[in-house]
Design a protein around this ligand. Structure first.
Ligand code: NDP
Length: 397
């Protein structure tokens, strides 16, 4: 049914491609194109039932991308490289004429700041070209937006309070490692906290606000308020929201390592001169930290990510919690990758599947919550990320 070109060959890509191959009626032809071709080859060699080819590409270069699109002629480009490449890949999609999907919003390389304005600015051009761009089809952003859309569609007249809670209660048995690209991850966590309240964005020092939250089948975990990209689109698309926040769990050991990394300057994103060569400390750090894609083998425990929502239905207050728990061991057994890659790669595949089936297809640039959530929620249950609901429980927040 569809030809998909996946850019990037990291942990998320590994899962997305394996899941595409499990949906071979829709994904008939796949190309994996990335900077280091051997990594794409390693993913491709495990796929037997679908035609897969690999290619080397520098996704910062629009011309290289367009040339590749011309040879493969994809129906959809799935961007699972890094957020730095979002705009060049969107430019190439427009130049060639193909639709686009990603899991993380654009971030300039020289500034740790992500916001949707850069990608939303492409809306008219995608619309005029008759092309679809689906932004943020991972878990968070991604499933958290779909959960919110589902709650708004089926249960609430007005959503008032939204708290997205992201717990990783897994143990990878390493002193320090990040669960996805270390550079992107550390940039995200060390930035100032930010949340939305009464029509305004309020800032906090990094990870200064925290609270113990109870996660289903996991228990109590210290959870830290931080800024996350889906807050920006969700408060725009659900204007009844008075307050929107994002919480993520971290262990003390992780936070201590992070503090040391910052204190000794290893999280810097500006170039420094070392032996006459310019290096960016955080990029060097990435090279010596464990590869997130290799953490799966000994990873135990599970993740739990969900939305805790308070609002009104028929004039009465309703409390609603929708979440998924994902086992690192089960994710590894199925795809060879841990649960953080799994919970991102599966929704990327689902978004691509719904596009190819014509279900999530409309010219323009859209965040996931702007599509019908029902078919996505159905797929989540069928593709390995089942969700659960609690009505009128204690939301704690
Ligand atoms: P990895 O670092 O493991 O993989 C990124 C891949 O992109 C690598 O194969 C890398 O190549 C390739 N790449 C980087 N730069 C270029 C370039 N210029 N041209 C071509 N290829 C390039 O990352 P992950 O798999 O962990 O994450 C992938 C994406 O998913 C990221 O954007 C991340 O932010 C996002 N994400 C989203 C989540 C969500 O829930 N929405 C959660 C987790 C991640 P090389 O191998 O040569 O380095």
């Amino acid at each position: 049914m569809g030809k998909v070109l996946v850019i990037g060959a990291g942990g998320v890509s590994t899962v997305a491609i394996k899941k595409m191959a499990m949906n071979a009626d829709v994904f008939t032809d796949i190309m994996i194109a990335t900077r280091t071709k051997s990594k794409a080859d390693a993913i491709a060699q495990d796929i037997r039932n679908v035609k897969v080819q690999t290619a080397q590409v520098n996704a910062d270069k629009v011309d290289e991308l367009v040339a590749l699109f011309r040879t493969f002629k994809p129906d959809l480009v799935v961007n699972l490289a890094l957020p730095y490449q979002d705009l060049s890949i969107m430019d190439a999609c427009l130049a060639y004429g193909v639709s686009y999907l990603d899991t993380a919003n654009y971030e300039p390389l020289d500034e740790a700041k992500y916001q949707y304005s850069w990608q939303w600015a492409y809306k008219d051009r995608f619309e005029q070209a008759g092309l679809t761009a689906i932004l943020g089809s991972g878990f968070d952003p991604g499933v958290t937006g779909v959960y919110t859309a589902y709650a708004a569609k089926h249960y609430f007249d007005e959503i008032k309070y939204l708290d997205i809670v992201d717990c990783n209660a897994g143990d990878h048995h390493k002193a320090f490692a990040t669960n996805f690209n270390p550079e992107i991850n550390i940039r995200e966590i060390t930035q100032r906290g930010k949340y939305y309240e009464d029509g305004q964005w309020k800032e906090t020092d990094p990870l200064i606000v925290h609270k113990t939250l109870d996660y289903p089948d996991i228990g109590l975990k210290e959870s830290y308020l931080m800024y996350h990209e889906e807050l920006e689109s969700l408060v725009k698309h659900y204007p009844t929201i008075c307050r929107a926040r994002f919480w993520m769990t971290f262990g003390q050991e992780y936070l201590t390592h992070l503090r040391v990394i910052q204190n000794i300057g290893m999280s810097r994103i500006d170039p420094v001169l070392y032996n006459g060569v310019e290096i960016v400390p955080i990029q060097f750090l990435k090279a010596v930290l464990p590869n997130p894609g290799d953490l799966g083998e000994n990873y135990t425990g599970e993740t739990s990510i969900g939305c805790r929502i308070r609002g009104l239905k028929d004039g009465k207050e309703l409390k609603y919690y929708v979440y998924n728990n994902c086992s690192h061991e089960a994710a590894y057994k199925e795809t060879g990758a841990q649960a953080v890659s799994y919970t991102t790669g599966v929704p990327a595949m689902i978004g691509a599947k719904l596009f190819l089936k014509g279900v999530w297809k409309k010219p323009g640039v859209w965040n996931v919550e702007e599509f019908d959530p029902d078919p996505f929620m159905k797929e989540l249950n069928e593709q390995g990320l089942p969700w659960h609901e609690i009505f009128n429980g204690d939301l704690e927040l």
